[in-house]
Ligand binder design. Structure first.
Ligand SMILES: *Cc1c(COP(=O)(O)O)cnc(C)c1O
Length: 338
């Protein structure tokens, strides 16, 4: 099987398994796990923030951030295609008791004008805008690498109004790699950032939530509240430290994604524009088949992908897919659709 469903399917490599075995551990709820502490320091440094918190999942990281930045009854501004709006079970309403004002941002990022138009000042009748959520890379818009200037524009429009800014940077290292900028060029504009260790970087579990020291201290309490206070977590945090060494490998995933897209684009009935990062969106309308039938045929030919839109599927490249796998996947897909 060539598994292109997601970059979350990567399995820990030998270095990560060794790291887990050798990890120096303690009770992290007491702050006594040296490996978790090291991971939190390294992660904070990498994204240029004062502190960071190790969380089990990206979803928990985003949900903690929303809860910490907002007051009950406020409003959160976010792109209508963003993960925090579409794929987190309405968690903002459940965990933070806020409502969402959706924006249709160009490439998934609200412009300064959209932030201004979407901003709500508190009065007797209206909720106040408490947070702007951004996303980079933008997953549901096709793994778009959002330029730092766009993040800066949206963030400064929010901050002018005293609105905090959180970045869902699940794949922010993919964005920085694709744009050939330092990740801090993206993260410097936001108050907090979440990024996943468990996606392209290859860790078995875990994400990081970074921000200023006071924010992270409060986030630590909320992590406990959400059931995320872990004990000898060094055993999973050490593979996370290994994952931080994998940032430079993301370029290979992007190259493989471009190769995959150009190969699939040549298959009759398929259309695949050049991807910006590791997410390839393929329009299958020209095959005359519906998305589920295409996915089923691919599965029969040892290729796994996921549904994306009404006529599109998503193929994601990652550490466990080689250039040869990509070449074989193209052949298999061509064979599956004749
Ligand atoms: C995967 C993802 C998340 C959530 O991460 P989990 O670890 O799966 O909870 C959040 N935002 C984006 C953009 C993602 O792609």
């Amino acid at each position: 099987m060539i598994d292109l469903r997601s970059d979350t399917v990567t399995k820990p490599d030998d270095a990560m398994r060794d790291a887990a075995r050798e990890a120096d551990v303690g009770d992290d709820v007491y702050g006594e796990d040296p490996t978790v502490n090291e991971l939190e320091e390294r992660a904070a440094d990498l994204v240029g923030k004062e502190a960071a918190l190790y969380v089990p999942t990206g979803t928990m990281g985003n949900q903690i951030a929303v809860r910490e930045h907002t007051e009950r009854g406020q409003e959160v501004l976010a792109d209508r295609e963003s993960h925090v709006v579409k794929w987190e079970l309405g968690g903002m309403a459940q965990h933070a008791a806020v409502q969402v004002r959706m924006v249709d941002g160009e490439r998934g990022v609200p412009s300064a004008d959209q932030v201004e138009a979407g901003y709500v000042a508190e009065d007797l009748h209206r909720p106040e805008t408490g947070l702007l959520c951004l996303e980079n890379t933008h997953n549901a818009r096709g793994g778009l690498a959002i330029e730092p200037a766009r993040i800066a524009e949206a963030a400064s429009a929010a901050r002018e109004r005293d609105v905090a800014v959180h970045l869902d940077g699940a794949r922010v290292f993919n964005a920085a790699t694709a744009l050939d900028v330092d990740v801090t060029d993206v993260t410097r504009h936001v108050d907090s950032v979440m990024f996943c260790l468990s996606k392209g970087l290859g860790a078995p579990v875990g994400s990081m939530l970074a921000g200023d020291a006071d924010f992270v201290e409060r986030a630590r309490r909320t992590r406990k509240l959400f059931g995320g206070g872990m004990r000898q977590a060094g055993i999973i945090a050490d593979p996370g430290l290994q994952a931080l060494e994998n940032v430079d490998d993301l370029e290979a995933d992007h190259e493989n994604a471009r190769l995959l897209a150009s190969g699939l684009d040549d298959v009759a009935g398929l259309s695949a524009p050049e991807p910006e990062t590791n997410i390839v969106v393929v329009d299958v309308a020209g095959t005359g088949l519906d998305v589920e039938s295409v996915l089923e045929r691919l599965r029969e030919h040892d290729v796994l992908a996921t549904a994306f839109g009404p006529t599109t599927i998503r193929c994601c490249t990652h550490r466990d897919v080689s250039r040869e796998d990509v070449e074989r996947a193209v052949e298999q897909v061509a064979g599956a659709l004749v």
